[in-house]
Design a protein around this ligand. Sequence first.
Ligand code: BTN
Length: 339
Amino acid sequence: MKTDKTDILALLRNSKDYVSGQQLCDRFGVTRTAVWKVINQLKGEGYQIESISGKGYRLLEEPEDILSESEIASRLHTKWAGRKVYYYDVTGSTNNDAKRCGEEGDPHGTVVVADIQNAGKGRRGRGWQTLSGTALAFTILLRPDFVPDRASMITLVMALSVAEAVEEVLEGAEDAVTTIKWPNDIVLNKKKICGMLTEMTMTPEMDEIQYIVVGAGINVNNGSPEEFQEEIRETATSLKIETGRQVSRAELLEKVLLRFEENYAVFLETLDMSGLREAYQNHLQGVGNEVRVLDPAGEYTGISRGINDRGELIVEKEDGERVQVYAGEVSVRGLYGYV
Ligand code: BTN
């Protein structure tokens, strides 16, 4: 039934004219009653579908933002990213779910999406809150055959893909500037809209990658800063707060996965960021500006000179020495309260 719903929705969406009940029956090999049930389910979910006897069905309007398995599946035109999707109304953490998929043999590109995460994970052991109807929280499972030291760049590939997809859905929105804070925070008008968490699992022999999960949490339709936890209220924002637009999370996911598939292919050609460096750098916040590197061995400041082919941030210290930062927290002047 789920597949029928996905297919019927996709067909209605792509048809400018009425689609007769008989056409739907013939196309999907289902009964009239089954079609009628699917149409009623879709109406119940907020799709406005006109039914005229003798003509058939026509999709008049879609709900502004609905996240469901059918909505996601009916939109995806990717080759491998998201060809298998697990959608949950509520889960603990999509990263943990995707890791389970990794253990259970799900294919490369499997995506887990949730409306609510009640044990979402942030970086450095922090939590990540995902409230109903607000964020796009998803994780993609990858089964790469490159060596482990290339894996840290995957998060930059995803950061670029999210930034590009956000720009696409916000096209035409005035004064909406999407940037990346190295390595992978996505920033809209100088506040954070997205964080990412990449986790890698090695084979038991510890010599190869078994799988990688890349999770992203994008603040999409949070209506006001009060919806964020107090500690991030000053530094976080959402697409809706910045632009006033309600964005379809399923559409955003579709665009992210399309971009990711393209960018990942470019990455695989050289197994480094050389093919994506320019695009990434065009989004990178603070190139030429002061950054503070919170190195465990001692904090220092310098000027950001962008990334190298390995995705490391090049920081020029006052004495002219250039340091390649490959991990750790970096504060960028002008962002998140660093003035
Ligand atoms: C950060 O601290 O900036 C990273 C936040 C990552 C959150 C996302 S939401 C989807 C995925 N599932 C998780 O449990 N975490 C990531």
